[in-house]
Write a protein that binds this ligand. Structure first.
Ligand code: AMP
Length: 426
């Protein structure tokens, strides 16, 4: 199946060729025909599957073929997405796919002054990409009218829930015109999200791209058993021995992310952190520097990194294993996007073995273990953790048995070495 066979308008096809898209990804092949018919869609899929084009292309096709070209531009399509980074990225995709159509988009998000955004809105756009808080704010101030809206996309719905946006999202849905095409995307479908989808969607069709399909087929994975206090050294060792150029490192916490950046800096590895405590400018600069190859490593928390699309990502490192198994799938989805293959390495300390078990259950595979490295945790060494450093427990899961605090020898051994700390939650 080709994009041409799907019946996409010529200027959009031309842009896709420029983007280097030869064939639709599975989610595109399944979703585009449904959306071209004007039906609602429930897409159960993670980022990295080509989700943005799956909704972006048919929306642009409708707007292009129905465009009268007369009068001021009106907002005809709205995409609501949880993070600023994701919003910017979706805006960039629309700009790329629409470059020969004359259709304009703009992106609005919180954490920055609103004047630039309202100027763009005044000039007029057909497509608005927004995070929920700023969207509601500007709607309430009268800068945004959704009266002419024809298409609405709720992206990463489960993440909206995790970030506490669910009430804002419900308020936004309540303000949408009755007659519209609704698209709802979520990587997971907990009960609250199913309920929300029923509120938003009319007569819909469902497309599911299973995470295990996305990960198992494309991403080479491995796990290193390593004491917590040796994780930084292992990271430096891997970056150096693998001559890795673009490494995305996941930290469970903001504080932990900052510490990892410092430790990498000491080893002369250029790195920056992105997380919720960083200003929007700092986050965007770090992301741009990473994309431009000025940074070897970008250290991110899950929320800040969600959906971030980086070409040529050579390696994803799970410095901490996530306590929610689906998060692992999101993380490793950052590498091996679309057709590319990728590598994801995970560090697992004694406390995290239960998390590893849950992850392997979800992805239905045993992640190969690498034992030929200098910092191997063979289970005989004391657990290198302090009480307040412990990762949060998921679902009251019992902790791993081996919970002794570090002994004094161990402490001396590691004296003057920075260790990661995971005190605060994102
Ligand atoms: P997304 O899941 O929308 O974040 O897309 C993941 C990545 O796949 C992005 O870098 C897209 O540019 C790329 N992509 C999307 N669709 C295709 C396609 N049909 N062929 C090649 N790359 C694609």
């Amino acid at each position: 199946m080709t994009f041409k066979e799907l019946g996409i308008a010529e200027p959009i096809l031309k842009a896709l060729v420029q983007e280097g898209y030869e064939n639709p990804t599975p989610i595109q092949e399944k979703s585009i025909p449904i959306l071209l018919k004007g039906k609602d869609l429930l897409g159960v899929a993670q980022t990295g599957t080509g989700k943005t084009a799956a909704f972006g292309i048919p929306i642009l096709h409708h707007l292009y073929t129905n465009n009268s070209g007369i009068g001021k531009r009106k907002i005809k399509a709205l995409v609501v997405t949880p993070t600023r980074e994701l919003a910017i990225q979706i805006g960039e995709s629309f700009t790329a796919y629409a470059r020969f159509t004359g259709i304009k988009n703009t992106v609005i998000f919180g954490g920055v002054k609103q004047a630039k955004q309202t100027d763009e809105l005044r000039k007029g756009v057909e497509i608005l990409v927004a995070t929920p808080g700023r969207l509601l704010d500007l709607m309430n101030q009268g800068f945004i009218s959704l009266r002419d809206l024809e298409h609405v996309v709720l992206d990463e719905a489960d993440q909206m829930l995790d970030m506490g946006f669910i009430h804002d999202v419900k308020k936004i849905i309540a303000k949408l015109p009755e007659k519209r095409q609704s698209l709802f995307f979520s990587a997971t479908m907990p009960k609250t999200i199913v309920e929300l989808s029923r509120k938003m969607l009319g007569d819909f069709e469902q497309v599911t791209i299973k995470p295990e399909q996305a990960t198992a087929e494309k991403v080479e994975q491995a796990v290193y058993f390593v004491p917590k206090g040796d994780k930084a050294k292992l990271l430096v060792h891997l970056i150096e021995t693998k001559s890795a150029k673009a490494v995305l490192v996941f930290s469970r916490t903001k504080h932990g992310a900052n510490k990892i950046v410092k430790l990498l800096g000491k080893a002369n590895i250029n790195a920056a952190a992105i997380h919720g405590n960083k200003s929007q400018t700092a986050r965007q600069n770090a992301l741009n520097d990473f994309k431009d190859g000025k940074l070897t490593a970008l250290v991110a928390t899950d929320i800040a990194a969600r959906g971030i699309d980086i070409d040529d990502l050579s390696l994803v490192v799970n410095y901490d294993l996530p306590n929610v198994p689906e998060t692992y799938v999101h993380r490793i989805g950052r590498t091996g996007r679309a057709d590319a293959s990728g590598v994801a390495l995970s560090f697992c300390d004694a406390e995290e073995r239960a998390y590893l078990k849950d992850i392997q259950k979800l992805i239905k595979q045993t992640i190969p273990t690498i034992t030929d490295h200098p910092f191997l945790d063979d289970g005989s060494r004391p657990v290198d953790a302090q009480e307040d450093d412990r990762p949060p427990r998921a679902n009251n899961r019992p902790r791993n048995g081996n919970q002794k605090p570090r002994n004094s020898n161990n402490r001396n051994r590691n004296k003057n070495r920075n260790r990661n700390s995971t005190k605060k939650q994102e």
